[in-house]
Design a protein. Structure first.
Length: 197
């Protein structure tokens, strides 16, 4: 595990958060120890690494492989709660789970990166799915206050209704280029189903 810890630490220090789960997956696969997922395994980092990479199914299978004592650890349980909310697309609860737990110092940088990447992903989904959205709904989806949602919208170049009660997401140039109207409608429907489920 010593070599793995060094590679893991190097990835975290270099802010290569997408490498966390693959490093741990490889270490688990290559281990000759049948109890590799024992007490010293960085469970929360491993689960959060999969969530960061949007590999929710891999994170779920990891959880199922864990021994009960590992699942009972507070930080592992917090990562599991976060995974369940993300899996069910409960965005409000996902943001609450990210912010409610007091993450350890070793996990905190990955959690901060996860917050940032999730917010970027949600901004793209909102921009693709809505022609206009209320600041309150945008705030729920982005895990911020309404004032911060308005600021994020301004930073993204979104418009606002004259009354100020709706935000108007703008599509990045070239988004949807080459799609016929049926394909564009299907893609929009998929985005809306994803956001509203």
């Amino acid at each position: 595990m010593a070599g793995v810890e060094e590679r893991l630490q190097a990835a975290l220090e270099a802010k290569e958060f997408g490498e966390v789960a693959p490093i741990l997956d490889q270490a688990e696969l290559e281990s000759s120890d049948p109890n590799v997922l024992s007490a010293d395994w960085p469970v929360a980092l491993h689960i959060l690494g999969h969530i960061y990479n949007n590999n929710l199914e891999d994170a779920r299978f990891l959880w199922k492989r864990l021994p009960p004592q590992q699942q009972a650890a507070p930080e592992a349980d917090a990562a599991w709660r976060l995974l369940r909310f993300a899996w069910n697309r409960n965005y409000v609860a996902t943001w609450q789970a990210l912010q409610a737990h007091q993450w350890s110092a070793g996990v905190q940088p990955l959690v901060e990166a996860l917050v940032e990447s999730t917010r970027r992903r949600m901004l793209a989904l909102v921009a693709a799915a809505y022609s206009q959205v209320s600041p309150a709904r945008a705030a729920e989806l982005l895990g911020v206050s309404e004032a911060d949602a308005r600021q994020l919208a301004r930073d993204m170049g979104w418009g606002e209704s004259e009354a100020g009660d709706m935000l108007r997401p703008s599509q990045p140039a070239g988004d949807g280029a080459g799609l016929d109207s049926r394909a564009a409608l299907e893609q929009l429907t998929q985005y809306m189903v994803h956001l509203e489920s």
